[in-house]
Design a protein around this ligand. Structure first.
Ligand code: SF4
Length: 413
């Protein structure tokens, strides 16, 4: 089944203050070295101090503190074998294009971060996972890899074009030569990942932040953002206008400033297909912030902002996304394999006015927290957020109507 937001084959990447500064000079290694110089040699203590000083969080969606992950790798590496470093640029979420933007404009900042960490950890291999469903992004990273001459070996892999293929456990499976799907294991990859080794695995944006930190230091990094949340984040913005946009914004910036006038006034899906719906009033008040957005019941996640516009029905959009997510199950866990299609069907019935919210909730509670990975939980989060944030849309369908046409007329007048 095709994604309701297609995988991009083109992208508008806006220049930004930090990661995306100087992108007009092009993505080549000479241009990158002119801007930043060679990869600095940092030891594990310096690396830990840098990521701790700025409170760097992973940008894959969970906002997990990078220093904790690094600490877990260091602790296990001290007791067992050499660690492994993994750059996950597979970005299985169709509405997310931040790692694609970096592959096209800043591949060497991503690779510098991974290589600096590998050198600090005495890892002798960096694995780079390319997005199978985005050939133009994979080509950008391959061009960059061909230019490198690093003291660590860099090995490339290509992820399958599937939503769950970018999940960390699925990436480890791919690197180990097995099917690129999530598996049940309760040990984090930081303790036991590729080949059972402690594995420092992060998405491309997180590695770009590490690269920037080792090049410019914590003080310069803190010039952007707020005192509590220094730095910047990439936002992938999809609207009814064809090409997705990627913006780099400072923490504390207004979310509404990355949205075009054509979508003002309409509900927005924040955090991607596993994210949460928000009313326009909520979006208009939002500042880009992990804890700030959490306190309002929405998530920054991987920075996905999907604004389908005033004439789109959020319930219909959710039905299409849920259908797609049900089709993307790895078909390994019963609640996911059977539960997600049933959940999707119950939503179809709410859309056509023949089903009830209580049936949807009944099915949601049967699949949540029962999968080997977070795929069912993320799907349920999306569905529940629709009911919580936009109850009027549901009531309108129960009465045989839809708010989209009214909203579109009202906002156009
Ligand atoms: S929860 Fe779903 S996607 Fe995740 S491992 Fe199980 S079947 Fe696969």
């Amino acid at each position: 089944m095709n994604s309701p937001v297609p995988f991009p084959d083109d992208l508008h990447v806006h220049p930004g203050p930090a990661l995306l500064s100087g992108i007009a000079q092009g993505p080549s290694l000479p241009a990158h070295r002119t801007q930043y110089g060679v990869v600095p040699n940092v030891d594990t203590r310096t690396l830990t101090e840098l990521v701790t000083a700025v409170g760097l969080r992973g940008r894959g969606g969970a906002a997990f503190p990078f220093a904790i992950k690094l600490g877990a790798v260091l602790e296990r590496a001290g007791r067992t074998r050499r660690p492994v470093v993994v750059v996950n640029a597979s970005e299985g979420e169709p509405a997310s294009s931040k790692d694609t933007a970096l592959a096209l404009t800043r591949p060497h900042l991503v690779l510098d971060g991974a290589v600096a960490a590998a050198q600090a950890l005495r890892a002798n291999k960096v694995h780079v996972v390319l997005p199978g469903e985005r050939p133009f992004a994979a080509a950008g990273l391959r061009r960059a890899l061909a230019e490198r001459d690093d003291p660590v070996e860099i090995v490339e892999h290509t992820a399958e074009p599937r939503f769950v293929a970018g999940q960390a456990k699925a990436v480890v499976e791919l690197i180990e030569g097995r099917t690129n799907l999530p598996v049940t294991t309760w040990q984090p990859e930081a303790e036991s990942g590729v080949g059972g080794r402690p594995t420092l695995l992060s998405n491309a944006e997180t590695w770009a932040h590490v690269g920037l930190l080792v090049h410019v230091g914590a003080t310069a990094y803190r010039r952007f953002g707020t005192s509590g949340e220094p730095g910047t984040a990439l936002l992938s913005v999809t609207t009814p206008d064809a090409v997705p946009h990627v913006h780099e914004v400072e923490y504390g910036a207004r979310m509404r400033d990355v949205l075009p006038p054509s979508v003002v006034g309409a509900p927005v899906l924040l955090g991607g297909f596993h994210g949460s719906w928000a009313t326009w009033e909520t979006v208009a008040s939002l500042r880009v912030s992990v804890p700030g957005m959490r306190s309002l019941g929405v998530a920054l996640g991987a920075g996905v902002v999907h604004a389908p516009g005033p004439d789109a029905c959020p319930l219909a959009v959710t039905v299409r996304i849920t259908d797609y997510l049900a089709s993307q199950s790895a078909r390994r866990c019963g609640p996911c394999l059977n539960g997600l299609p049933a959940l999707a069907l119950s939503l179809h019935r709410v859309l056509d006015g023949s089903g009830t919210r209580s049936r949807v909730e009944e099915l949601a509670s049967l699949v949540v927290r029962r999968g080997a990975c977070a795929h069912p939980d993320g799907t349920v989060r999306l569905v529940r957020s629709l009911f919580a944030a936009l109850p009027g849309e549901i009531l309108a369908h129960a009465a045989g109507g839809c708010l989209a046409a009214d909203r579109s007329r009202r906002l156009a007048s």
